[in-house]
Design a binder for this molecule. Structure first.
Ligand code: G3D
Ligand code: MG
Length: 201
């Protein structure tokens, strides 16, 4: 993880000079949920033919909405089961988590839920805001955002994590900018809450 901590420090220096923030985001989800497609849609505004990710991809993505000027450094971590133990080292010290769901893959929703809950409950991710992308909304039979929230049991996270489910179609980029704007708001809100709880103590 040396590369990651070095790039983080370098980024902090750049942010200090420019007065804009770069937040660190990790993108997780089962293999083939659409993580890499989403990342490259956000970064290059084009659809790239992806191959299953071995290891990780990392891109700096500029925010366009209210948070214009700020950026997310997004780590896209391979989702194959052999790679999942790696998630832990990437989620350490992250500002936010994006969890991508294939909204038509009913069979693996339970597995996705297990991995999401494992990540959410890990002590190093305590209070880290979570954006769930209910992806592949263009496909017939896709479950909508409310249904995905229910099936993943996200209300269990209430009081522990700020979370939001955004429906998306990564191949055309629909829902991605909206999702990032909401995640930015959740992170800002969580930072405010963290400050408040420090003052109280
Ligand atoms: P991953 O990085 O999470 O493993 P990928 O997933 O980004 O590699 O995507 C896996 C497959 O799902 C790809 O198709 C990709 O085109 C497709 N996909 C991703 N997002 C969407 C979406 O929103 N809608 C639809 N219809 N397909 C999507 P292939 O065929 O290359 O396996
Ligand atoms: Mg990938």
């Amino acid at each position: 993880m040396m590369g990651s901590s070095f790039s983080k420090r370098l980024q902090s220096l750049i942010d200090l000079v420019t007065n804009y923030k770069t937040l660190h985001i990790v993108m997780l989800g089962l293999d083939s949920a659409g993580k890499t497609t989403a990342l490259y849609r956000l970064k290059f505004d084009q659809y790239l033919n992806t191959v299953p990710t071995i290891g990780f991809n990392c891109e700096k993505v500029k925010l366009n909405g209210k948070a214009k000027g700020n950026s997310f450094l997004i780590w896209d971590i391979g989702g194959q089961d052999k790679l999942r133990p790696l998630w832990r080292s990437y989620t350490r010290c992250t500002d936010g988590i994006i969890f991508v769901i294939d909204s038509v893959d009913e069979e693996r929703l339970e597995e996705a839920k297990m991995e999401l809950m494992r990540t959410a409950k890990s002590p190093e991710n305590s209070r880290v805001p979570i954006l769930v992308l209910a992806n592949k909304q263009d496909l017939p039979g896709a479950k909508d955002a409310n249904e995905i929230a229910r099936l993943l049991g996200l209300s269990d996270l209430n009081g522990k994590h700020l979370w939001h489910v955004q429906s998306s179609c990564s191949v055309i980029g629909e829902g991605l900018d909206e999702g990032l704007d909401i995640l930015y708001d959740l992170i800002t809100e969580q930072k405010r809450l963290n400050k408040l709880s420090k003052i109280k103590r």
